[in-house]
Ligand binder design. Structure first.
Ligand SMILES: [Zn+2]
Length: 434
């Protein structure tokens, strides 16, 4: 009765949305202790990793002890034998989930239903906070091969019905299918949703979908506005990763994204692995407190975000991220050593003749500015666009414009507007654990 397991978890998780902060802290602390102990006792990979760092599970007693544990890089998991990482015997029936891996080799995470229940309950809780009801029709617009678990029997009874659309299909096709289904809830990549929104705006039409959740790509203000306008929707941004599922979700106050603090510990760290203060950008490192089959403890996700201080007017005690900055390699490195956040380039979206653009840095002193045209610009308009881009990189980089027919999606189906391919973008080489 998998549905009931998820439902029971969902009820417990929903109660925690109104817990007082000290209760939440005690709960997190206890879960952290249990997780570290469990991983150490059952996963040869983790035991070896901690032994090498001179750490015993009993060294982690409070949340403040978390920084005694070494940070885990994706590369270490990639190189490890999955049988050594997992905490269950080899004869276990595994479901293998493959992370997209926009750069490098994908990671093959082994899961059982147990961890998937937790992932599902967590995201359903977040969806419920946006107003999703069990009998709503939900359309999911992502890359084609997304669902690990397939269709659930309860969907046949109209509960949490999901319809999968692909961003690889044209916006015209997706709009036609949307008209046929008339969902109350739409969840997808911002680029795919914006393409449908632009089609509606072009036609002077509105197609009402009350709740739209975005995720997987950076949502900037211009895209959010177009989606709100075309669908007359409330837009909620979500932050998730393949490894640990939903991480943070926007509440009805629309003032940042709540981190699932009961299910994970999210740290934002600087290059020396020290925590950054609220309001400053840092590297996202997560500890997934619910995950047992394949533990994620101080796992470097390769994303960047900023935490917001203060309590949310909605009353949920979970901390908030003010802004998601995308991946570490969604920034541009200036010759002076300064990193420019990919988010600053959203200012360029005001140029009406530009349908889409992407900035790619492959060499230290120049960037390629790829442009998809809405219509042909005048030479002055083009010059102005290049000058603006050059200004955003403080005049330090040469800007090489390039007209393209479309912006390519990365292997996971996502569109990234800013990509840095310099070796520095990936960070320092990971430690050797073999
Ligand atoms: Zn809130």
């Amino acid at each position: 009765m998998r549905w009931w397991t998820t439902y029971r978890l969902l009820r417990r998780m929903t109660e925690r949305l109104s817990w007082p902060e000290d209760r939440l802290d005690r709960f997190r602390e206890q879960r952290l202790r249990e997780l570290v102990r469990f991983a150490y006792d059952h996963s040869p990979f983790f035991r070896q990793f901690y032994e090498r760092a001179g750490i015993k599970p009993e060294d982690v007693r409070t949340l403040n002890d978390l920084d005694r544990l070494p940070i885990l890089q994706k590369e270490m998991f990639r190189r490890a034998d999955p049988k050594q990482v997992v905490t269950l015997p080899p004869e276990t029936r595994w479901m293998v989930e493959i992370t997209s891996g926009s750069t490098g080799e994908p990671l093959r995470i082994h899961r059982t239903w147990r961890d998937l229940y937790f992932i599902k309950a967590k995201v359903i809780r977040a969806f419920r906070q946006t107003g999703l009801r069990f009998y709503d029709r939900q359309v999911i617009l992502k890359s084609s091969a997304e669902s690990l678990t397939g269709r659930h029997w309860f969907e046949n009874f109209g509960i949490l019905r999901k319809y999968w659309f692909s961003v690889a299909d044209s916006p015209e096709e997706n709009l036609t299918r949307l008209r046929a289904i008339r969902p109350q809830h739409l969840h997808g990549f911002p680029s795919g949703l914006a393409a449908i929104a632009d089609l509606l705006i072009q036609n002077g039409e509105i197609f009402r979908i009350p709740i739209i959740c975005t995720g997987a790509e950076v949502l900037d203000d211009s895209i959010r506005h177009r989606i709100e306008q075309a669908f007359k929707a409330q837009v909620y941004n979500f932050y998730a990763s393949r490894e640990v599922g939903n991480i943070a979700w926007e509440c009805a106050a629309h003032d940042g994204l709540h981190v699932n603090d009961d299910a994970m510990i999210l740290e934002l760290l600087d290059d020396q692995n020290h925590p950054v203060p609220d309001g400053e950008e840092g590297r996202v490192v997560v500890t997934w407190l619910d995950g047992r089959d394949w533990p994620f403890i101080r796992y470097d996700l390769g994303d960047r975000a900023i935490r917001k201080s203060g309590a949310c007017p909605c009353g949920v005690p979970f901390s908030r991220l003010v802004r998601l900055e995308g991946r570490s390699d969604s920034r541009i490195l200036l010759p002076s050593g300064i990193w420019i956040s990919g988010m600053v380039f959203q200012e360029l979206r005001t140029a009406l003749w530009v349908a889409a653009f992407r900035i790619v840095q492959e060499v230290p002193k120049a960037i390629r500015l790829q442009i998809v045209l809405r219509h042909q610009p005048s030479p002055e308009e083009m010059d102005e666009f290049i000058a603006e881009t050059r200004q955003l990189v403080r005049g330090e980089l040469q800007v090489i414009p390039e007209i393209v027919s479309h912006i390519e999606r990365d292997p996971s189906g996502k569109v990234r507007c800013v990509i840095c391919r310099l070796p520095q973008a990936v960070g320092s080489p990971p430690e050797d654990v073999t």
